[in-house]
Write a protein that binds this ligand. Structure first.
Ligand SMILES: *Cc1c(COP(=O)(O)O)cnc(C)c1O
Length: 385
């Protein structure tokens, strides 16, 4: 008798290996920093989303420690039971004030926030229109919704307009990212917001890679008055250096999510100590112009050097600077060659990116030194892309 479960699992694993898309984790010692250690070798880290280097910031670490002592390491329940503290309430208020929305709701992760919002808001008969290159958490949420899902061409406002004209039944939710996680380019938010509003729909923007990095005080991509979304998701695991997320929205939407978002109701609230750390990190982010300047300098240095070496750069002006290679095996081999030269880069392969779009996803941070960027460029030249 064949075991159906094992046959499915073995088949799927074999296919991943055949297609060079098998994923493996590495247990690194010493945490995520400018340098990372794997075994007894040290590497320059160009794969981290900790864009401002806040995961190691003394004030953030001290706030976590102090928060653990005064308020504990566990929330003890969901926010609807006893997991919602004055710390949580204050951070929500602070986020709402900072980003100029009536309300903010905290979530344990960006993945959960996206699932919760799309799942709770959309119903059968609605239309979800999502940029084709949106993050897996958004696409997955849209696929699970009983609403009709349509993907529009990446950053193409006209394509969205066309779809909105065609699909006019039900409520329309347009979803995009501020800065695209695998490409580093930005969405044309003013155009998307205008088109969506004209059609009577709502715009949802996931600004996981824009918050803390882009805009005045690091307020992200959705800050400019012309491109303001109806729903904004920000995450704290990237430039904020910690973990968690928030949804910013109108007051009735927040109340609705509190009633119907299962990820809030049936899940333990983020630990108070973590909330204290996010709060401290937010203070650093808001005053972080010097850190952001270091990041912009590193981005400019990389782009200048890479262009001089003749690499095909994407239009990204953000911390995410992919070198698209195409073939999966070749991308893996290049990542390996770079590793031999002391540079840690992750080979990003389908299905994280479209088929044929395998790439080296380089992320630059404020923690990198100019010398680090030069080492990266030398390694790239040596690796013969
Ligand atoms: C990382 C990421 C998420 C998920 O956020 P987590 O807090 O890590 O779960 C969601 N959306 C985008 C665009 C991301 O890059």
């Amino acid at each position: 008798m064949t075991d159906g479960w094992m046959a499915r699992i073995d088949g799927a694993l074999a296919q991943r290996r055949r297609e060079q898309t098998y994923r493996e984790r590495r247990a690194l010692s010493g945490g995520n920093d400018r340098l990372i250690r794997d075994g007894n070798r040290q590497y320059l880290n160009f794969s981290s989303n900790d864009y401002l280097g806040l995961a190691r910031h003394p004030a953030v670490i001290a706030a976590w420690q102090q928060g653990a002592i005064t308020a504990g390491v566990g929330a003890g329940g969901s926010g609807h039971v006893t997991g919602y503290s004055l710390l949580h309430q204050r951070l929500e208020q602070r986020l709402a004030d900072w980003l100029c929305f009536p309300r903010a709701l905290l979530f344990t992760s960006g993945f959960a926030a996206n699932q919760a919002v799309v799942g709770a808001l959309t119903a059968s008969g609605d239309h979800i229109l999502v940029d084709r290159l949106s993050h897996a958490s958004l696409l997955e949420a849209a696929m699970h919704s009983p609403a009709t899902l349509r993907r529009f061409a990446h950053n193409d406002a006209d394509a969205l307009k066309h779809l909105l004209r065609r699909d006019c039944a039900g409520n329309r939710l347009v979803i995009t990212e501020g800065v695209f996680s695998m490409d580093g380019d930005r969405a044309p938010l003013p155009a998307l917001a205008e088109i969506t509003r004209a059609a009577g729909g709502w715009l949802m923007v996931d600004d996981a890679h824009g918050i803390g990095v882009v805009g005045e005080e690091g307020r992200g991509c959705a800050w400019a008055p012309a491109g303001r979304p109806d729903l904004l998701v920000v995450t704290f695991g990237k430039a904020v250096g910690v973990s968690g997320a928030a949804v910013l929205c109108a007051a009735p939407v927040a109340e609705y999510l509190l009633q119907f978002a299962r990820h809030l109701i049936y899940s333990t609230a983020p630990p108070p100590a973590q909330i204290a750390a996010i709060d401290a990190a937010l203070t650093v982010v808001r005053r972080g112009d010097a850190l952001r300047q270091r990041l912009w300098d590193n981005i400019a240095r990389f782009r200048r050097g890479a262009a001089a070496l003749g690499f095909a750069l994407t239009p990204s002006d953000t911390a995410i600077q992919p070198l698209v290679i195409g073939d999966n095996l070749r991308t893996l081999q290049l990542a390996q060659r770079l590793r031999e030269r002391g540079v840690w880069l992750t080979a990003i392969r389908p299905p994280t990116v479209p088929p044929g779009g395998a790439r080296l996803r380089i992320t630059l941070t404020a923690a990198h030194l100019a010398d680090d960027i030069d080492t990266l460029l030398e390694a790239l030249a040596d690796a013969q892309l």
